[in-house]
Design a protein around this ligand. Structure first.
Ligand code: GLN
Length: 203
């Protein structure tokens, strides 16, 4: 089969296969033929109509993205309007500004979203937990799975806050870019992946 559209999941570190599966299931539900590709090296991002940066460990993720030359490609794609989704560590990677820990570890954030993040906002309290979330773009609650989760502590005027928990922003979007502190790929609920696909297919 020849696919005309590619959606890429950054696959150099972290929770990759769950996003690939979730995207494939969501595409199948829509009856849309698009290829979901795992991105391990440069040269693929420019061919993608959507990009997912998964959870993992943000220091490693930032380092490898820069080293492989993928960081620049994601920045260019996001600036061109390619829908981009960052979950958990992906939310950190997308941010413009980090916390002291980010400074200390010299993480090179992509600075795509006008956000300031606390890298382990929830991790310090409880390693992982689930919470029923009210998310602006959904008409009923979404079960958020949080694993050593970050949070957005502040954002610029161009950022739309989609959900908050314990006074932290845990879901936000800035135009074509969507960031979540939790892991929608770890639940069977595909509504957020569908929302992301809506951005790609403009519906
Ligand atoms: N807080 C982690 C970090 O700093 C991210 C955790 C996750 O992606 N599950 O990288």
């Amino acid at each position: 089969m020849v696919f005309f559209m590619k959606i890429g999941v950054i696959a150099i570190q972290g929770a990759v296969s769950e996003h690939v599966d979730a995207l494939r299931r969501a595409l199948a539900e829509r009856g849309v033929d698009a290829e979901v590709v795992a991105i391990k090296h440069r040269g693929i991002v420019p061919a993608c109509s959507g990009i997912v940066i998964p959870g993992g460990e943000s220091t490693t993720l930032c380092r490898l993205l820069a080293r492989e030359g993928i960081a620049e490609e994601i920045k260019a794609a996001a600036a061109k309007g390619v829908p981009t989704l960052g979950t958990c560590a992906g939310l950190i990677v997308l941010a413009k500004e980090g916390d002291e820990q980010v400074e200390k570890t010299s993480q090179e954030l992509l600075e795509i979203m006008d956000t300031k993040v606390n890298r382990n906002a929830f991790g310090r309290q409880r390693d992982s937990f689930e919470a029923e979330l009210k998310v602006e773009i959904l008409d009923s609650p979404f079960t958020g799975v949080f694993i050593r989760a970050p949070g957005i502590v502040s954002c610029g005027p161009g950022v739309r806050v989609l959900s908050m928990l314990d006074e932290l922003i845990i879901a936000a979007e800035q135009g074509n870019v969507l960031a979540l502190a939790f892991h929608p790929e770890l639940t069977d609920d595909l509504r957020i992946h569908h929302y992301f696909l809506d951005k790609i297919f403009n519906c």
